[in-house]
Design a protein around this ligand. Structure first.
Ligand code: FAD
Length: 462
C-alpha cells in the first residue's frame, strides 16, 4: 500500500511518528504543500530562506531511499484528496500542529478522507506534552509558567525517541510502471526548480549571506549541533546568559522546523548528565512548550493583548524610532548589537532579545506588535507561539508577564552579561573607534523609564 506522509514542521527522518507509521504500512510518498490559510500569516523572509534549504536537504535524504518528495501549493483540502486518487494511496499521515486555524484544516481533511475509507491519522511529533494533557485541577489551562512546568514534570515523561524508520521505500512499482510525473520528483534539478518557483530565496538584494555563513538548515545540520549538546550543557548554567559566548545550543531554528524532535533533545540531555546546566536546559524546553500550549488556547496571540486592559494603553507612534531600532541605530550599544546580529544572522541571543524588546515597548513605548512583526520577518526561528508569547511576556500584556517595573536597563545588562564588551564590539565595532561618528542615544534611558512607569500606572498596573 502507498501511504502519503504530509510534511509540515517535521522535516526529519529520525523520531518522526507520522513517517514511521507510513513506512510501516509499505511504500511512502512525501508531500509538502505551500498553503495559504485564512487567519495564518505567511512565513517571514528569514524563515522562507530556511524552509527552502531544509526542504532541499530533506528531499536529498528521501531520494536515497527512493522516496519522492512532491511539492504542491494551494488548499490541502483539495490537493491531498487529488493526490490520494492519483497514487491510489491508502493512508495519509501527518504530525500534529497546534494553531487553531491549521487544526481546523487538518480536522476537516481527516474527516473527508475517512469518509472515503482512506486512513487519516495524526501523531505527536512537535511537543513533549499534548496541550490537552496538561491541565489545572479544574481542567483549565495553566497561565503561569512555574506551576505549568511542575505539572509537565509530574506528567508521564516524554516518550522515548523512535530513531529512523525500520525500513523506508518509495513506490517502486508505480515508478517502474511509468509514473513519469512521480519519478520526476526524484530528480534534484526538478525539485530545485520547483522550490525556486516558490520564490523564497532573496535575490535583489541577496541579504542571506550572513545566514548561509551561520547555519546549515536540514536534519544533518540539526544532528551535528545536537552532538555538541553534552559539551555545551556542562557550562550552560553559567554561559547561557553571555551573548558574547556560544553558550546556548542554537537549536531553535532546527526545533522550529522539526529537523530534530524535542523528545530526542530531552532524552539526550538526560543521558548526558544531571548537572545544573542540563536541568536549566530542560526548563528552557518547557518554556517552548508553555508558549505552544498558550497558543493552543489563545489563537490570536500574535494580534490581541492577552490582558485586555492593555487595549487602551498609550502606545506611541514614531516611525523614525522604529526604523532606528530595526536598523540597530538607537545609539544604545547592546540594543544596536542585538538588532545587527539579528539582521546579519537571522538569530539573536535570548538575553539580548529580552533587552531589545523591553527597549522597544518600554523606553520607546512602541506597540509590541511592531517588534513581533519585525522578528517574524527576520528570525530564522520565528514561530506562531514563541514569538508572540515572548513579546507579550516582555511588554507586560501577556499572562505570566514580566512585571511592569521590569524595564531592563541596557547599560546595566551590558555590564552584567557582556562585561568585557566582546559582544558589543563584534556587532558595533565603532564603539572601539574613537574617531567614528556615533549615533546619539535615541532616548534618555532614565526619563523614558519614568514615562513608561507613569503610563503603566495610568492603566492601574503600577
Ligand atoms: P537554548 O538556550 O539552547 O534553549 C533551547 C531551546 O529552548 C531553544 O532552542 C528554544 O526552542 C527553547 N527556548 C528557550 N527559551 C525559550 C523561550 N523563552 N521561549 C520559547 N522557547 C524557548 N524562540 C523561538 O524559538 N522562536 C521565536 O520566534 C522566539 N521569539 C522570541 C522573541 C522574544 C522577544 C524573546 C525574548 C524570545 C524569543 N524566543 C523565541 C525565545 C528564545 O530567545 C530563543 O528560543 C533562544 O534564544 C534560541 O536560542 P537557543 O536555541 O540557543 O536556546
Amino acid at each position: 500500500m502507498t501511504s502519503i506522509w504530509w510534511i509540515r514542521d517535521d522535516l526529519r527522518l529520525h523520531d518522526n511518528p507520522a513517517l514511521r507509521a507510513a513506512a510501516s504500512e509499505g511504500e511512502v510518498v512525501a508531500v509538502h504543500i505551500d498553503e495559504e490559510i485564512s487567519g495564518v500569516r505567511p512565513l517571514g523572509g528569514a524563515a522562507r530562506w530556511w524552509l527552502h534549504h531544509s526542504l532541499s536537504a530533506l528531499a536529498g535524504d528521501l531520494r536515497a531511499h527512493g522516496v519522492p518528495l512532491i511539492l504542491l501549493s494551494g488548499d490541502p483540502e483539495q490537493r491531498i484528496p487529488a493526490l490520494v486518487e492519483e497514487l491510489q494511496a491508502g493512508a495519509v499521515l501527518w504530525n500534529r500542529r497546534y494553531h487553531a486555524p491549521k487544526r481546523a484544516v487538518d480536522a476537516r481533511l481527516k474527516e473527508s478522507l475517512r469518509a472515503k475509507d482512506v486512513r487519516a491519522e495524526s501523531f505527536d511529533g512537535y511537543l513533549l506534552h499534548e496541550p490537552w494533557t496538561i491541565a489545572t485541577q479544574d481542567g483549565g489551562p495553566y497561565r503561569v509558567y512555574s506551576p505549568f512546568a511542575r505539572a509537565c514534570r509530574d506528567a508521564p515523561p516524554p516518550r522515548a525517541p523512535y530513531g529512523l524508520p525500520d525500513q523506508l521505500t518509495g513506490p517502486e512499482k508505480q515508478l517502474r510502471a511509468g509514473g513519469h510525473e512521480l519519478r520526476s520528483w526524484l530528480h534534484d534539478d526538478v525539485l530545485e526548480q520547483e522550490l525556486s518557483r516558490r520564490g523564497w530565496l532573496p535575490t535583489a538584494p541577496d541579504w542571506a549571506g550572513g545566514l548561509r555563513e551561520r547555519w546549515t538548515p536540514g536534519e544533518t545540520g540539526a544532528r551535528e549541533r545536537s552532538e555538541q549538546l553534552g559539551e555545551l550543557l556542562t557550562g550552560y548554567a553559567q554561559d547561557r546568559e553571555r551573548p558574547g559566548m556560544a553558550g546556548t545550543t542554537s537549536l531553535s531554528p532546527h526545533l522550529r522546523f522539526g529537523e530534530i524532535s524535542p523528545h530526542e533533545i530531552w532524552h539526550l540531555s538526560l543521558e548526558e548528565g544531571r548537572g545544573a546546566g542540563h536541568e536549566s536546559f530542560r526548563s528552557e524546553l518547557l518554556w517552548r512548550e508553555f508558549a505552544w500550549h498558550r497558543l493552543f488556547h489563545l489563537p490570536d496571540l500574535a494580534t490581541r493583548n492577552v490582558r485586555s486592559r492593555f487595549d487602551t494603553f498609550a502606545w506611541r507612534e514614531d516611525d523614525a524610532a522604529l526604523r532606528a531600532w530595526q536598523q540597530g541605530r538607537t545609539g544604545i550599544d547592546l540594543v544596536d548589537a542585538g538588532m545587527r546580529e539579528l539582521w546579519e544572522t537571522g538569530w539573536m541571543h535570548n538575553r539580548v532579545r529580552l533587552v531589545v524588546a523591553s527597549f522597544l515597548t518600554k523606553n520607546l513605548r512602541l506597540h509590541w506588535r511592531l517588534g513581533e512583526e519585525w522578528f517574524w520577518d527576520t528570525l530564522v526561528d520565528a514561530d506562531d507561539a514563541s514569538n508572540p508569547f515572548n513579546w507579550q511576556w516582555v511588554a507586560g500584556t501577556g499572562d505570566d508577564a514580566a512585571p511592569y517595573f521590569r524595564v531592563f536597563n541596557p547599560e546595566r545588562q551590558q555590564a552584567r552579561f557582556d562585561p568585557e564588551g566582546e559582544y558589543v564590539r563584534r556587532w558595533v565595532p565603532e564603539t572601539e573607534d574613537e574617531s567614528a561618528e556615533r549615533e546619539a542615544p535615541l532616548v534618555d534611558l532614565k526619563a523614558s523609564r519614568r514615562d513608561a512607569l507613569a503610563a503603566y500606572a495610568a492603566l492601574g498596573e503600577a
